[in-house]
Design a binder for this molecule. Sequence first.
Ligand code: G3P
Length: 227
Amino acid sequence: MQLFLDTADVEEVRTGVVDWGVVTGVTTNPTLIARAGQDHETQVKKICAIVGNVSAEVVSTKKDDIITEGRRIAAWHENVIVKVPMTPDGLGAGKVLAGEGVRINVTLCFSVNQALLAAAIGAYIVSPFIGRLDDINEPGIELIKSVVAAYRQQSIKTKVLSASLRNPIHVQDSALAGADIGTMPFKVLESMMKHPLTDAGLEKFLADYRKTQEPKPVQSDKGAPAR
Ligand code: G3P
């Protein structure tokens, strides 16, 4: 499963991609862009300069407007994937854009049928949301399992991107369910690498190493048995 960051923060992207070498893509949405405090185009271009596979979401809601906005966003950078909402207009516009060679991510997916519709327009990615289903007392991970199973059964190539991941358990469960990609906030990525036994083990190894570096006490010959 590829690990994506769900962020519009350039420093978080740089850390995950360049410093740690574990992140291969980014998803953004209007909420995250607003949080970054920059205009959409500037922020997406900065992120595209660091990593491929950057989902940038349209804010238009009518088919023709989504097509126009999607073309504009796709022209920003070759790494851009245009994110459209799971609505009739979003699907219709996504189909046109996909036909023009634009990679499409259909977002806000909450059912297997919606995932089938995303595949039907030739979407590159579908984004089922786990956390928001958990929020309403429906187990989100079951949706990932079902979408993966349906896509396998139907030999569908659209990638399943497990989204709205709120904790490290969501990440490992998505991988076990067969998701192609998991996208997560930076703090969830950080929490994936934490384990108390790793910290304790490293501390012990370093303490033992330091002991080997300490000067050895000088041995006196006095009293040593004759050879
Ligand atoms: O990738 C979608 C994500 O941004 C939604 O996450 O936590 O707001 O449900 P959340």
